[in-house]
Design a binder for this molecule. Structure first.
Ligand code: FAD
Length: 605
């Protein structure tokens, strides 16, 4: 295992031999924060978590967060870089000529799997007690806090993690109890060799966003394990060798008739290996050569009469799958937030350590402006992660109004945070200068991975339209407005700032209502409406957090979100740098910047 602490003797000898060629003492090497914890680099995370976790769980998790932060900043980052440059391969036969498909994963990736699934139990934490010594299932915010750190090193594996977690959730919600009893222990085990990973095979060549066009057929067959056989092609299948996959297929009667459209689509559980130990009847046709998530396999699958179990009611496949998709969309938001945080942490470090023209980069006004532009979307996304995770916890607990709130916050974060991550990772790459473009640094990986978030689990258009669907079908808009007004009431605010926040909530809600009420004619406004709601929601929630932790800096950031992303601006206005900018873009020393009393003095409008 390569770690920065272990330097092989051969390497040390080489270094000594080359000592005479060492750089002169006044040379300024390229700064490298490798090996430093990503948890301690981000004290706001520690300051904010007690707002979203019960005190006993927060205290219990603290050493685990510290350990995850240290690993993600060091050895996991090294493993991720190795795995990213050594993608998995597919072989069809054993060396002795037996047909046996196998995906070969690099040992670095397998080690990442071990840390995530076995050591930290990230896929199991929501489903049973005992993970990391906590005796109950953990609330979503706990799992996502750890994932937020893990993904700052490795993004690709977070798909199988989320799929396993979400498949387990969907199976428990809709699956036959006997099926749940049979598979739950393997899906939630932390014994690595016993683990069953999950996957979701939904997309077909002719049915991506348009799931109603699904053409894979499901035929009743009592002789098959599970009672059904699946026939068809699935075009995008991440984690294709997973032990279990949720698959959408159209039930076909014995005479070949099937119900058209979304009402004909049902949900099936597909085991990779049948109960008698033989391989199920499907093949991985090939693996995709991808821009990002290169460490993790995505493939194409041909179902050749594969045995499968029906999950839930026939014809309600998409409705049931929607639960899994929503969970994956939230997980995507968490990943986007983590990618941005990693990019910002790197950017802050370089700006502090790198010198040009006799100054530190951070002493230059344009660099401070650049850092602010990275900081705002990064902080917005983090706040949205925890707001959505808390809404999900309350919805699962059956609290009134929590479901419609969760139902709108989820597409909001998936839509906007995933788009912001593309820009933030790209702009952070530029802060490192030329080195940012070089594959031995984390930046290219972050940029490549960030671009996927907006595509899978629903493209930006589809997810923005889902925001309107939540408004139309779940009545989510008044619930969101009430939630934001409640947060504002609970926040000490300067009078002008309060009026500005209130007006912003009203304007964003009016735009979203107009888009939702206009039917198909309103679709063209879906992205604008989703962006407006996201920015206003994150700004209000950040202000609330600022009041709670007594952070003047965070209150300023909350207000700047409105200034930069919601309120009208004159692009030709220019203007001097505000005196508070340097302090606002510097990494906070302790996360709790100032006493609570000062928060209500802040007004940047
Ligand atoms: C690396 C990778 C891994 C993946 N893994 C999986 C997986 O494990 N399981 C799985 O099921 N799928 C997976 N996918 C598939 C992914 O979810 C789909 O590619 C995605 O949902 C888009 O579907 P599509 O490719 O068919 O594009 P299309 O649906 O053809 O969309 C093309 C364009 O049309 C736009 N569009 C479509 N409908 C509308 C509309 N009503 N209004 C406006 N614009 C519209 C879309 O926004 C998009 O820009 C993966 C994809 C990738 C790239």
């Amino acid at each position: 295992m390569p770690t920065s602490a272990v330097r092989p003797a051969a390497l040390q000898a080489t270094s000594a031999a080359h000592a005479s060629h060492a750089a002169p003492p006044d040379a300024h090497p390229v700064p490298d924060r490798h090996g430093a914890s990503l948890f301690t680099a981000d004290p706001d995370l520690r300051a904010l978590l007690p707002l979203y976790l019960p005190a006993d769980l927060f205290n219990h998790l603290l050493p685990h967060l510290e350990r995850m932060g240290a690993l993600a900043g060091g050895v996991l980052d090294e493993l991720a870089n190795v795995a990213d440059h050594a993608p998995p391969t597919l072989s069809q036969r054993t060396r002795s000529g037996l047909d046996a498909q196998r995906i070969h994963k690099h040992p670095a990736y397998v080690e990442l799997e071990r840390v995530a699934f076995a050591e930290f139990g990230l896929a199991a934490a929501s489903h049973r007690g005992g993970v990391l010594g906590w005796d109950k299932p953990m609330p979503p915010a706990a799992k996502y806090a750890l994932t937020y750190l893990f993904v700052q090193a490795e993004f690709g594996l977070c798909c199988p993690l989320s799929m396993t977690d979400s498949l387990t959730r969907t199976l428990r919600k809709f699956g036959d109890p006997a099926l749940v009893e049979r598979f739950l222990p393997n899906l939630t085990t932390q014994v690595f060799d016993d683990l069953y990973q999950g996957a979701m095979f939904m997309t077909e060549q002719g049915a991506g966003s348009d799931v109603a066009a699904t053409s894979t057929r499901a035929v009743r067959d009592d002789s098959a394990e599970g009672g059904w056989r699946l026939v068809g092609d699935k075009w995008f299948c991440s984690n294709p060798d997973a032990a279990l996959a949720m698959v959408l297929a159209r039930v076909e009667d014995a005479d070949g008739t099937a119900v058209d459209g979304i009402k004909g689509v049902s949900l099936f559980l597909l085991p990779r290996t049948l109960a008698d130990g033989s391989a199920n009847h499907y093949r991985i046709i090939r693996l995709k050569d991808k821009l990002g998530t290169r460490s993790m396999a995505s493939g194409e699958i041909r179902l050749e009469g594969a045995h499968a179990y029906l999950v839930g009611e026939p014809g309600r496949g998409f409705v049931q799958m929607a639960d899994m998709i929503n969970n994956s969309r939230l997980s995507n938001g968490v990943r986007a937030a983590g990618l941005m945080r990693r990019a910002l942490t790197e950017g802050q470090f370089i700006a502090r350590e790198r010198r040009a023209f006799g100054k530190r980069l951070t002493d230059m006004p344009l660099m401070r402006r650049q850092l602010l532009k990275l900081t705002l979307p990064t902080e917005q996304a983090r706040t949205m992660v925890f707001q959505t995770a808390e809404a999900l916890r309350r919805a699962d607990a059956g609290e009134s109004d929590a479901y419609p709130l969760m139902r709108i916050l989820t597409p909001l974060i998936k839509f906007r945070a995933c788009r912001d991550a593309r820009k933030v990772t790209g702009d952070a790459m530029e802060i490192r200068g030329g080195c940012g473009y070089i594959e031995e640094w984390s930046d290219p990986r972050l940029v490549r991975d960030a671009h996927l978030g907006s595509i899978w689990e629903g493209t930006s258009n589809i997810v923005a339209l889902d925001v309107l669907r939540a408004i139309r079908r779940e009545g989510s808009l008044p619930v969101l407005q009430a939630h934001l007004q409640g947060l504002l009431r609970d926040t000490p605010l300067h009078a002008t700032a309060r009026a500005t926040f209130e007006a912003a909530i009203d304007s964003a809600a009016a735009l979203a209502a107009r888009a939702a009420d206009a039917g198909a004619d309103g679709d063209v406004m879906a992205r604008q409406a989703a962006s407006a709601l996201y920015h206003v929601t994150s700004a209000v929630a950040m202000a609330w957090e600022a009041g709670r932790i007594g952070s003047v800096r965070r209150m300023r950031l909350a207000q700047l979100v409105l200034v930069h992303r919601v309120l009208p601006q004159d692009p030709l206005a220019g203007g001097a740098e505000p005196e508070w900018l340097a302090e606002t873009v510097a990494a906070p020393a302790d996360g709790v910047a100032h006493a609570a009393g000062q928060v209500d003095q802040v007004n940047v409008f």
